[in-house]
Design a protein around this ligand. Structure first.
Ligand code: NAD
Length: 523
């Protein structure tokens, strides 16, 4: 059992209240963390602010040395970290292991490119006033960035935003979910005590109130979680006039056209819909299959889902595929969606019930579903694959877009032009053609939800790091003039000459250049 009493926080800041963490697979208490008050969050934020200037002064190469040491530490402690994560999430070992790859990618990508991304940018002169100037843009970090995360990826999710924020030169105040705080608290301890990194990274623990306190302290907030919480954070960020990035919920559609490779499409649906027990923002949550291939798709999908092994396996054993759900509340949402569908005439061709003990829910395929059902409208965030028969491409696109969410989607087709055509009509921030989930994991592509799935976005090459910076416009003089022609005092001859120059250089016809009225433009 892990008791985190010191998350990089001094003795005087320790909390009287603790949050108990249980393993969802079997209900065991596996650790506890302090339930921190806003006062504690404020003190920790002050410590981070004090440490940030020296961190910024290190420059990207200096910061990269520390961040690469963190990667070494994560790899050296991988088994222990993933074991801890497994205990607090109930994931299968295979699902847990994917999170290491996210750390490896994020650290290697942003440490490799930070010098280039943060380099001062020289920009083109524009307008008469710029003729005597040199123009540059400096990238200066927000001093304190808050990163608030949900429970589904305790190692990966803080990493994908935290690493670029650190590499930008910000100090980072993390607030992991109260359901799964142990993994990130341990990473923070590792950074401070074993990596001996500067105190520019802290992890505060607690529930929504602690998260709200983080929003009140930081200069920029990056939030991943539900749309409902995202709205509250956006409202508070608006009041405080701080920027926020919101990565929120989704109801991702998969479209399977009649020329698709059904073996690949069904395997994609199984992993894309059920990885992490379906608890991924970009999970395949609903599938539209064209009439001609519908029966083949459902038969193959059902066989593959039925063959999945469910359970929380031993460290490193890869004996199961799909683990538990993270919370009892999450199981209840899945139960409600399945019950609502079955009552309205749908059929569970495999699964459809809770597993034995813990918070397991059987991997489930639902047929006979339609958009009157909760399983096709609301985010399920569970191991269900509702499949709907559609007439044609147009019907599939119309139904896929019939959602308040717009995170990602998948299109399966043997014809590249056809798949592109469908992708261009989908109202989502990402489209995977003949694949699932992938766009989210690629750091050079932007990841940002449309509609109620988010604001801002992450990744996308340099943008993924520069979002944690403020742009500073810097103007320097090319010549040592004693004054500028447009400065006081206004001299009649000089001012008239300037007015003429503006017309001569700015107008598009000779009449206007000479100070007369010109003809109207045609067309
Ligand atoms: P949640 O919104 O309930 O909680 C997320 C985090 O916000 C937690 O750390 C929580 O303590 C904190 N929080 C709660 N109230 C707060 C407040 N008022 N102010 C500040 N912080 C507050 O979400 P969850 O149930 O933990 O996670 C599931 C949701 O996350 C799903 O909707 C899922 O789609 C979404 N998600 C989105 C992405 C993405 O990148 N788009 C990734 C993973 C999960």
């Amino acid at each position: 059992m892990t008791t985190q009493t010191d998350l990089g926080v001094s003795d005087s800041l320790r909390e009287p209240g603790f949050i108990e963490v249980r393993c969802p697979a079997d209900g065991r208490v596996v650790g506890s963390v302090p339930d921190m008050t806003s006062g504690r969050v404020h003190e920790i934020a002050q410590q981070l602010r004090a440490a940030q200037p020296a961190w910024e002064d290190l420059g990207p190469q200096g910061r990269a040395k520390h961040v690469l040491r963190l990667l070494d530490w994560v790899l050296d402690n991988e088994k222990r970290l993933l074991g801890l994560m497994q205990e607090e999430t109930g994931k299968s070992w295979g699902d847990a292991q994917v999170e290491t790859a996210v750390v490896v990618d994020a650290v290697n990508y942003f440490t490799k490119h930070a010098v280039e991304f943060l380099a001062d940018r020289t920009v083109e002169r524009s307008g008469a006033m710029a003729l005597t100037k040199n123009l540059r843009v400096f990238h200066r970090p927000h001093q304190l960035v808050g990163v608030i995360t949900p429970w589904n990826g305790p190692l990966a999710t803080p990493t994908i935003d935290g690493i670029p924020a650190l590499m930008a030169g910000a100090a980072v105040l993390f607030k992991p979910s109260e359901v799964t705080p142990l993994t990130w608290a341990e990473v923070t301890r590792g950074w401070l005590e074993e990596v001996k990194g500067p105190p520019v990274l802290a992890c505060v623990t607690g529930g929504g109130a602690t998260g709200a306190a983080v929003v009140d302290e930081v200069d920029m907030i990056q939030f991943t979680g539900s749309t409902a919480t995202g709205r509250k954070i956006a409202a508070r960020a608006g009041e405080r006039l701080i920027p926020c990035g919101l990565e929120l919920g989704g109801k991702d559609a998969m479209i399977v056209l009649d020329d698709a490779d059904i073996d690949r499409a069904t395997s994609g649906a199984v992993w894309g819909g059920l990885w992490n027990s379906g608890q991924i923002c970009v999970s395949v949550e609903r599938i539209y299959v064209q009439d001609k291939v519908y029966d083949e798709f459902v038969n193959k999908l059902t066989d593959k889902v039925t063959a999945l092994r469910q359970g929380m396996d031993r460290d490193g054993s890869f004996e199961t595929d799909i683990g538990a759900m993270a919370t009892e509340n999450q199981v209840r949402i899945v139960e409600r969606h399945v019950a609502d569908a079955l009552q309205a005439g749908a059929r569970a061709v495999t699964g459809g019930k809770r597993g034995n003990g813990g918070t397991f829910f059987q991997p489930t395929v639902l047929t006979g579903v339609d958009h009157s059902m909760a399983c096709m409208r609301e985010e399920t965030f569970g191991p269900t694959l509702p499949v709907m028969r559609v007439r044609d491409e147009d019907e599939a696109i119309r139904l896929a877009n019939d959602s308040p969410y717009g995170l990602a989607a998948s299109v399966f087709s043997g014809n590249k032009e056809r798949a592109d055509r469908v992708a261009r009509r989908l109202e989502t921030g990402a489209v995977n053609i003949n694949s699932v989930l992938t766009a989210t994991m690629l750091l050079t592509l932007p990841m940002g939800g449309w509609k109620s799935s988010g604001v801002g976005g992450r990744n996308g090459g340099a943008a993924g790091l520069l979002k944690f910076c403020r742009q500073q416009a810097v103007v320097t003089e090319r010549f040592n003039l004693r004054s500028e022609p447009h400065w006081y005092p206004y001299l009649p001859r000089m001012s008239r000459l300037q007015a003429r120059l503006v017309r001569i250089t700015g107008a598009h016809d000779w009449r206007r250049r000479l100070g007369r009225k010109g003809k109207n433009r045609k067309g």
